[in-house]
Design a protein around this ligand. Structure first.
Ligand code: SF4
Length: 641
């Protein structure tokens, strides 16, 4: 790399076992892997041996930003945490908002790689170039939000803090990290941080990042502002009057990210899935709207527990209770009062501190069901995927998403959104709900077909009555999304595939490449950027293959997709989709055809340049992508054709 435009220039490495700090130039990685997920994957590939356990000190916890981070006006300041996740004991990732990643970059570091394990609970302070490890005994057992506030008092308010709660300290399988603005990271990385005896990382920086072409950046910012649609209106049942916008650093015009001001107690982030996970149950229990759903969200953020994992767990607990497999007395959790504050407080406390039945639940629902037995394992087989998550925008309805689920280490929400959100908007419009989610919703069948042509490879991808064009669509989405995750552009703003301000309401797929060029000085267009995405995706595939997830049998879906008829879809109870020429039809009651799915995989492997019979990557393809070194290792391990 000739210059470091767009980058702080260094990656900080901290070994908690020895207390050593070193740095490496970001340029060692950025030329080939751009930033974000790309760089994290290369570090992971080089350093995390496939046999290492997620909770082993030798696992790495990789905090990483991208080249757009720190530049206002692009919604590009999100950051990621990657490493081996304890959920499936394989590589995974999480993506966070707020401002912590920006502070790390302004402190002089594009990333932070943590290895080893401290011999007692510590927290890290990164104050510009100065790095220290400090005793965290006084923070033991404290919530992640609480820890953040205590450290800001101890240090200064200008520090951003990412912390774990008691769930992370007690290595709960689905423990999260919580940072400023209540940004939360999943995939069980709170447990990895806990296993390393690292309670928190406080960071502050006053540096700046040089960009290559200021004038182009200014014009692009303007262009993005003109194209961008209004933020989605999140359909929360809680009073909108108590919500105030609370945007991440450098956002374009926001999503539904708000701060909720409850009647009593501290205000905090309330948006998206984490906001909705207890709303319906609480409303049903109390027969009215109150602040309990907000409190439930904050309890998860503070204990450091993944709301999505709790949501799917509650479904199982409720079924077990109804089937008299689990009782209030036996679990010492008021299962009969699900929806109440008492229930969620007890459940989360017991999980976070591994108390009583909470110790069983702390291993995740799938493991808990195995431990409970009594046929309780059967009660999750119609909705839960192997990571303990549910499967929004599933393949029984969207077809394409079958490939996205089958080839990822977790529920890939960013990829799912690219196709799921336009379909959701289209369905809302069809149902006469023109102002739900998006004001003056313009997502007609013509618009969705035009998006398909420009972004998904062919119009046919927007015809959900056929498997045709879906393999290409999946590959296109993945390549674009892996480039996006390496730049780290926010999922709620990118790609801009539709717009209220263009004649055909279709957005512009060239923007990301132009922004990357203007910021870094690299000459990269849409195709070039997607090629980087393809490279990063292939690197992830290689990582997963080494961890036992290589080949066609591993690229599979949970059985319910093929056997359990589709009942409903989020925001689209009739399961409506556009068909040929945009006519409306319903997928309600349908399952995914296994034979067609396998044929779609064949086509997908062909498009990917992988071996169709085995689903393994090929040496030729990896070499073409500049991954010859990766191919050699895979060849030695007989994981490539
Ligand atoms: S769109 Fe929302 S999540 Fe994305 S950067 Fe803006 S405020 Fe943050």
């Amino acid at each position: 790399m000739d210059n470091t435009y767009g980058y702080a220039g260094k990656i900080l490495r901290v070994n908690l076992s020895t207390g050593d700090f070193t740095t490496v130039p970001t340029a060692n990685y950025a030329d080939r892997f751009l930033g974000g997920r790309g760089i994290a994957l290369k570090i992971y590939w080089d350093e995390v041996h496939p046999q290492i356990d997620a909770l082993d000190p030798e696992n790495r916890l990789i905090f990483i930003s991208g080249p757009i981070c720190g530049l206002p006006g692009f919604a590009g300041s999100r950051w990621q945490v990657c490493g081996k996740s304890p959920i499936l004991n394989q590589f995974s990732y999480s993506n966070l908002g707020g401002a912590w990643g920006v502070q790390l970059k302004f402190a002089g570091y594009d990333g932070l790689v943590i290895s080893g394990k401290a011999d007692k609970l510590v927290y890290m302070v990164i104050d510009n170039g100065k790095v220290e490890l400090k005793d965290a005994a006084f923070l033991k057992g404290r919530g992640a939000i609480d820890t953040r506030h205590v450290l800001k008092e101890e240090l200064e308010k200008s520090f951003c803090v990412v912390a774990i709660g008691p769930a992370g300290e007690n290595v709960v399988n689905f423990a999260t990290l919580t940072a400023d603005l209540d940004a939360s990271g999943s995939s069980g990385f709170g447990a990895v941080m806990g296993a390393k005896n690292l309670k928190a990382i406080a960071v502050r920086g006053q540096g700046e990042v040089e960009i290559a072409d200021k004038e182009s950046v200014r014009l692009l910012r303007k262009e993005v502002r003109q194209l961008k649609s209004e933020p989605f209106i999140w359909p929360s049942i809680l009073p909108q009057a108590r919500m105030k916008k609370d945007l991440c650093f450098g956002c374009i015009n926001g999503c539904m990210r708000v701060k909720y001001h409850p009647e009593k107690g501290r205000a905090g982030k309330y948006c998206c899935q984490s906001a909705g996970y207890y709303e319906i149950r609480a409303q049903r229990f109390y027969g009215e709207v109150n602040d309990v759903p907000y409190q439930a969200t904050k309890l998860c953020d503070d204990y450091g527990i993944d709301t999505r994992a709790v949501e799917t767990m509650m479904m199982w607990l409720s079924r077990c209770h109804k089937a008299q497999i689990l009782s209030d007395e036996e679990t010492e959790i008021p299962l009969s009062k699900m929806g109440s504050l008492e229930f969620i407080q007890t459940l989360l406390y017991k999980i976070a501190f591994r108390e009583g039945f909470g110790d069983v639940l702390a291993e995740g629902t799938i493991n808990a069901a195995k431990a409970v037995g009594k046929n309780s394992e059967q009660l999750i087989t119609d909705y839960m995927i192997k990571t303990g998550e549910d499967s929004p925008y599933g393949p029984r309805m969207h077809i394409t998403t079958g490939l996205l689920y089958a080839t990822e280490p977790r529920m890939p929400i960013q990829q799912l959104h690219e196709i799921g959100l336009p379909v959701l908007l289209w369905a809302l419009r069809e149902n006469g709900m023109h102002d739900t989610l998006l004001q003056n919703n313009y997502m007609t069948s013509d618009v969705i077909r035009a998006i398909s042509k420009k972004f998904w490879g062919d119009e046919i991808a927007a015809d959900f009555s056929t498997f045709q064009g879906k393999a290409l669509c999946a590959a296109k989405i993945q390549d674009r999304q892996y480039a996006k995750e390496s730049l780290i552009l926010c999922d709620f703003s990118w790609p801009i595939n539709h717009s209220p301000n263009t004649q055909d309401h279709v957005g512009d797929p060239t923007l990301e490449g132009r922004i990357c060029s203007a910021v870094t000085g690299a000459k990269i267009d849409e195709q070039g950027l997607n090629k980087v995405g393809e490279k990063v995706f292939n690197l992830q595939k290689a990582v997963l293959a080494r961890e036992g997830r290589g080949g066609r049998d591993c690229d599979d879906l949970e059985e319910f997709n093929f056997t359990v008829p589709l009942k409903s879809e989020f925001g689209n109870p009739g399961c409506l989709v556009p068909g040929q020429n945009g006519e409306v039809f319903s997928k309600k009651g349908q399952v995914l055809d296994r034979g067609e799915f396998e044929k779609m995989k064949d086509e997908y492997y062909q498009i990917r340049g992988w071996d169709v019979a085995t689903g393994l990557q090929t040496k030729a393809k990896l070499k073409e992508l500049g991954l010859g070194d990766i191919a050699e290792t895979l060849q030695n391990e007989k994981l490539i054709i």
